[in-house]
Structure formats: structure tokens, C-alpha cells
Design a protein around this ligand. Structure first.
Ligand code: PLP
Length: 431
């Protein structure tokens, strides 16, 4: 499979390894596959009976064919996806639980796969690869954990000191080994500025091979198609019908992966793009005008994106008309999100994190408008994070949340970060 820039189809296409290791095309565009593959008919019919790992193999294989041998791909899949994505039935719908990985959010699927793919692509290089990331909290934890203990790669995460939660700080700065952390005396924007300046520094380039690992990397997006195929296959096995999936969305990488799974032939009937009040994409689907804007802060803050990067990927593959056929946009307020967390807990004893609650509320809104009825089952929402990660928002509405073992382990770690001023030379000297 070849990959080209979403901004210019005529620019030279590159192999998966190059798209993954460089992250962005030279013109600044996101990489997209030149075609979206389709499952062979035999795979399509047997999906409902296949295991998570077998579905993962069939899903990722066409995207990396010729670059990652089958046996290596199998090893990467077993190692990266060492946790499940169960489909739970709650009330009238499904919840696809994507929070059973080490950082308790769906980003573990992408980050863990990407880390192992990078390690394979760098297997014959003697200089270690150094990943530099700036984080406002969540991405840094998933990337640090994804690369933790992976051969030939080290990770340095920059985070704004005092501005991440205690769990997030331990996920970033509690690992050690090949993961190091800098607590920057400044804001997230300062962290990003330092990383950009480090990438541009000629002296540093001579000393080490630098790469980034941010969320727009195609090697993070492709593995996310896997849980859509698996979730849909399991819903099909239980109900005999293709599913409607609601996706709590911010940068729209997750939803784009879902659209890929749909295009490949996973049994999915329709998607709901659920956003908080940052509703650039729902507005686009409604009136056909794409208007990126500044983001507004909400309680589902991993979705506070006003100019979603993956939008350019979506529009490369599909016209507005095609998107409208596959996708319904819904925007949900913080007030409704809170009410949803409360009512779902009191009705079903189920804790939803604020992002998942946006997805749940979006389905409710469509039911209320008569656009989804019980005849449309199966339908459900992706659960993008474990509620205990957002305890300070959820617990006042529900009472105490049982902490899962993965997060308990994180809380027991010691923080070990080097504090640096928001100054480029300080960073470069410390690397
Ligand atoms: C990143 C994130 C999202 C948004 O996903 P996108 O791929 O950016 O649309 C939603 N929920 C949680 C918990 C996240 O961490």
C-alpha cells in the first residue's frame, strides 16, 4: 500500500514505513492510503466467528503488505493488543469498551501498535530513535506507555508542570527505562514550541535521530479500525444485523478509522459523530460549510477541538454527499453530558466518563427526534476512556468509582521528571 498527502494526490506516494516514521507529508498534509482495501469475501462472512487478534491481522495486513511480514505482524498484534475491547450490553444499546489498555483510553490501541511498528522498521539501525512529544496530558501518557520497553527507541515527553492531573503525571513521568519526562515551567504551547525548535536544531540532528508520534500519524489510525470491525462482528454474532456506532469525537481520528472499517466491509450500517459544543463537523454535515474555529473548553476536554486535523482525511476519501449518507452529527452540551452521567448511573449502575457520556447522549438525542428507534438495533457508543480517569467530574454525579487495576498500578508509581525552564537551549542541553 502507498500513502500520499491528503493535500495533494499528485505528490509522490510513499511506503507505510516512511509515512509512519515521518508523520506528516512534506507539504504538511496528513498521509492517507491510496485506496481503501476490502476484506476478502471469505473473511467478511467469517468475521462474527473470528477472534480479536485474527480480525486485527486481516484488518491491518493490506495496509502494511510487503513491508511487515505476516509472522512479524502477528507478533506485533499479540504484543500490542494484550487487552480486549469487549462489547457490553447496557439498557437498549451496546457500549464498546476501549479503556482496558494500560492508560485506560482508546489511544492505547494506536500508540502501542505504532511503537512496535517503529521498532520493526528501525531494526537494522544502530542509532536509537528518539521520540519527542509535547502533551497537555492524555496523549503523552499513551505514547510513553506505548513505547515503554520497546527496543531501539527512547521517548521524551514534555508536559506543562502543575497543569496535568496526578494520574496523567504518573503515566508520563512514572515509567523510567527508555521513557524520560521534562516538566516544563510553562504552558502546553511552550512545550510544543520547544519540541518544534528541537526538531529544527541542526546540532541535535547530528547527535540523534528524532521523530514525533502525534495523533495524526497514520500508524496510529490504522490499528483503530480493528476494534470497529471486532465490535461490529460481535454485534452481528448476537443480533444478525449490522450496527450503528456513535463515536465521541474531537480530532476525528477515531471516527476516520471507523469509516475505514466500514469501507473495508465490516458490518456497520451508520455512524453518529458526537461532539461537545465544539461542533465544527456536525455543522458541516448540516449546512455543507466547513468553518474551523477556536476551541471552547468543556468537561470532555479530549474533544475540545475546533479545527479537527483528520477532517482533511475524511474529505479526501468521501464527498459531502457520501459523508452525509454514512454519518449523522450531533453536538451535546456540558449540562446534558452531566445529566447523562447521572441518569445512566442511577438507571443501570454504569459509570460513563464525560467523553463516552457525550456519545450516549447523542444517541438519546437521535432517539428523541425519532431518527433512531428500537427497530434500528443494534446501536451503541464507543467508550473512549475509563470513568476513573475523570473522577473529579464523574464522582460528584455518581459517588465513588471503583478504580481498575491498570490505573491503581499507575497511582502507585513515583514521579521522576526533570524540571526545565520554557527555554529551547535548556531542552537541547538536557537531551
Ligand atoms: C482523544 C480522545 C477522544 C477524541 O478522539 P479523536 O480521535 O481525537 O476524535 C475522545 N475521548 C477520549 C477519552 C480521548 O482521549
Amino acid at each position: 500500500m502507498r500513502y500520499y498527502s491528503a493535500r495533494n494526490k499528485n505528490e509522490q506516494a510513499v511506503a507505510f514505513a516512511q509515512a509512519a516514521l515521518t508523520g506528516l507529508a512534506p507539504d504538511g498534509g496528513l498521509f492517507v492510503p491510496e485506496t481503501l482495501p476490502e476484506y476478502p469475501q471469505a473473511v467478511k462472512t467469517s468475521l462474527p466467528a473470528m477472534s480479536f487478534h485474527d480480525i486485527a491481522f486481516e484488518t491491518i495486513k493490506p495496509f502494511v503488505q510487503g513491508e511487515i511480514p505476516d509472522a512479524v505482524l502477528e507478533d506485533i498484534i499479540h504484543d500490542a493488543f494484550n487487552f480486549d475491547a469487549p462489547l457490553a450490553a447496557v439498557g437498549d444499546r451496546y457500549v464498546l469498551e476501549l479503556f482496558h489498555g494500560p492508560t485506560a483510553a482508546f489511544k492505547d490501541f494506536g500508540a502501542r501498535f505504532m511503537a512496535r511498528a517503529f521498532s520493526y522498521f528501525r531494526r537494522n539501525e544502530d542509532k536509537p530513535l528518539r521520540i519527542l512529544v509535547a502533551t497537555s496530558g492524555d496523549t503523552g501518557g499513551a505514547v510513553a506507555d506505548g513505547f515503554f520497553g520497546v527496543d531501539g527507541i527512547s521517548v521524551t515527553v514534555l508536559y506543562p508542570t502543575g497543569r496535568v492531573s496526578p494520574i496523567q503525571e504518573r503515566q508520563i513521568a512514572g515509567l523510567g527505562k527508555n521513557v524520560s519526562a521534562f516538566a516544563v515551567e510553562g504552558s502546553f504551547d511552550d512545550c510544543q514550541r520547544l519540541v518544534k525548535a528541537a526538531f529544527a536544531d541542526e546540532g541535535l540532528k547530528k547527535r540523534m535521530v528524532l521523530s514525533s508520534a502525534n495523533s495524526i500519524n497514520i500508524a496510529r489510525l490504522i490499528p483503530q479500525t480493528v476494534y470497529y470491525a471486532t465490535g461490529a462482528a460481535r454485534a452481528m454474532a448476537e443480533t444478525g444485523k449490522p450496527a450503528i456506532f456513535c463515536v465521541p469525537s474531537g480530532n476525528f481520528g477515531n471516527l476516520t478509522a471507523g469509516l475505514y472499517a466500514h469501507e473495508m466491509g465490516a458490518p456497520i450500517r451508520h455512524f453518529v459523530a458526537a461532539t461537545n459544543i465544539n461542533k465544527t463537523v456536525p455543522d458541516y454535515l448540516e449546512n455543507g460549510v466547513y468553518e474551523p474555529r477556536a476551541s471552547l473548553p468543556t468537561i470532555s476536554n479530549a474533544m475540545d477541538v475546533g479545527a479537527p486535523s483528520n477532517f482533511e482525511r475524511m474529505t479526501v476519501h468521501w464527498s459531502l454527499k457520501q459523508l452525509c449518507e454514512t454519518l449523522t452529527g450531533v453536538s451535546i452540551s456540558d449540562e446534558t453530558t452531566r445529566e447523562t452521567i447521572k441518569s445512566v448511573h442511577s438507571r443501570y449502575g454504569r459509570f460513563l466518563d464525560p467523553h463516552t457520556a457525550v456519545g450516549w447522549a447523542a444517541l438519546d438525542a437521535l432517539k428523541f427526534a425519532g431518527k433512531i428507534t428500537s427497530a434500528d438495533a443494534p446501536f451503541g457508543t464507543l467508550a473512549t476512556a475509563h470513568p476513573a480517569k475523570f473522577a473529579e467530574i464523574v464522582e460528584p454525579l455518581t459517588g465513588a468509582i471503583p478504580v481498575p487495576p491498570s490505573l491503581q498500578k499507575v497511582m502507585d508509581r513515583d514521579v521522576s521528571a526533570e524540571t526545565i525552564p520554557a527555554d529551547v537551549s535548556a531542552l537541547i542541553e538536557s537531551l
